[in-house]
Design a protein around this ligand. Structure first.
Ligand SMILES: NC(=O)C1=CN([C@@H]2O[C@H](COP(=O)(O)OP(=O)(O)OC[C@H]3O[C@@H](n4cnc5c(N)ncnc54)[C@H](OP(=O)(O)O)[C@@H]3O)[C@@H](O)[C@H]2O)C=CC1
Ligand SMILES: C[C@H](CCC(=O)NCCS(=O)(=O)O)[C@H]1CC[C@H]2[C@@H]3C(=O)C[C@@H]4C[C@H](O)CC[C@]4(C)[C@H]3CC[C@]12C
Length: 336
């Protein structure tokens, strides 16, 4: 096996020539030498997806050198997984533009990013309920950097883990925050991403693939992301546009807001946000189609969805302490 290794965080990364996903980023980010490398494997031709054994082996690597000096927007970066992504990117020497609503938290994250070694770090605060703000964030990147390499769409608006109470306004607001703003940022960023042959990373959930109780509005926004960005991926490929779209399918992660919302109901232990954040960055840098994290729970769920959907539905309900859900009152005028 002949591999081109790239300096790595704690592992090593190689670029196989028979991997359809690799030459794209290898050519653009690592130079012709890396792109010409070959792993020589004839065992399993790569599909460019998460199922390729070769890619899976390679994905035990982290891509910090690939991100050095790259210009990255991270949304929802004031807490949780977004905050952790900002720190990883900073350690990798990227330029980061962070956004969320709470200015005080963003300032702290920016300060820490600078301490950790970010090439530069700044923030724009505002609410993604407005597509005008979503566009403003991308404009800020254009004005500051004159380009963009990676757009990480991660924020979510507040939702409830509860029976759906008939609040249509909440569903509309959540669609605007969790879905429409993602579309608006992508539209504004595409010219710069085409220019840099960059990447779009969409942070979604198992809830965007399989519905569970108590997440109706949230789940709807995540299913919408899958439909929109999977269609967009097709169109970019048809038009030979070298911008990758990575959809991150996450299970339960130990962020404060998630643990607060569901720990009294969900029996399983959450996966660590730090590792999750690193996996998201890696999957984007490697231009993977999808990330499943943690794979040990997400991958079996997706298999059961296709082969035994009713069994899966029963399993989902039986893994919840439904008796611990305290119904919130319906909104006024909902007729419930
Ligand atoms: N944690 C989990 O178990 C899972 C998470 N995911 C996904 O991972 C991503 C991150 O989740 P997680 O880290 O847990 O979330 P957090 O609640 O920790 O973070 C949410 C972020 O979004 C920001 N935000 C909230 N409302 C708005 C708004 N209206 N406009 C702009 N920004 C806003 C928050 O900052 P501020 O309040 O300052 O605006 C914060 O930075 C989400 O896409 C989520 O769906 C998927 C599966 C599981
Ligand atoms: C209910 C959680 C959303 C909490 C929230 O409102 N965050 C924003 C806070 S802020 O406005 O103050 O900033 C849900 C977020 C992630 C969900 C979990 C998930 O996506 C994975 C699982 C999917 C499965 O279908 C249901 C259980 C999940 C653990 C799911 C539970 C609800 C969330 C924690």
């Amino acid at each position: 096996m002949q591999l081109t290794a790239v300096n790595i965080y704690s592992f090593s990364l190689s670029t196989p020539a028979n991997c359809r996903a690799a030459p794209r980023w290898a050519g653009a980010w690592l130079g012709a030498a890396a792109a010409a490398a070959s792993c020589g494997s004839t065992e399993e031709p790569c599909t460019g997806g998460v199922w390729c054994r070769l890619c899976t082996a390679l994905s035990s690597a982290s891509p910090p050198e690939m991100l050095r000096g790259k210009r990255v927007i991270v949304t929802g970066a004031s807490s949780g997984i977004g905050e952790q992504m900002a720190y990883h990117l900073a350690r990798m020497g990227a330029h980061v533009l962070l956004t969320a609503r709470t200015e005080a938290k963003l300032q702290k994250v920016v300060d820490k990013c600078l301490d950790l070694g970010a090439a530069s770090a700044r923030y724009v605060s505002g609410s993604m309920e407005s597509t005008a703000f979503a566009e403003e964030v991308v404009k800020e990147a254009e004005n500051t950097w004159g380009g963009l390499d990676m757009l990480i769409l991660n924020h979510i608006g507040h939702s409830f883990f509860d029976f759906f109470n008939g609040d249509v306004d909440h569903v509309r607001k959540l669609m605007e925050t969790n879905f429409l703003s993602y579309v608006a940022m992508t539209v504004s960023a595409l010219p710069m991403l085409k220019e840099s042959e960059g990447s779009i990373v969409v942070v979604s959930s198992v809830s965007g693939k399989v519905a569970s109780p108590f997440t109706a509005p949230y789940s709807a926004t995540k299913f919408a992301l899958e439909g929109f960005f999977s269609s967009l991926r097709h169109e970019l490929i048809i038009e030979n546009v070298n911008v990758s779209v990575t959809l991150c399918i996450l299970g339960y992660i130990n962020t404060e807001s998630a643990v607060r919302a569901v720990s009294h109901v969900i029996k399983e232990a959450p996966a660590p946000k730090e590792e999750c954040a690193l996996e998201i960055i890696r999957s984007g840098a490697l231009r993977q189609r999808e990330l499943h994290y943690p794979a040990s729970t997400v991958t079996p769920i997706l298999l059961l969805r296709d082969f035994a959907p009713e069994f899966l539905d029963g399993l989902i309900r039986s893994n919840m302490r439904v008796e611990n859900i305290k119904r919130a009152p319906p909104p006024q005028g909902s007729g419930h």
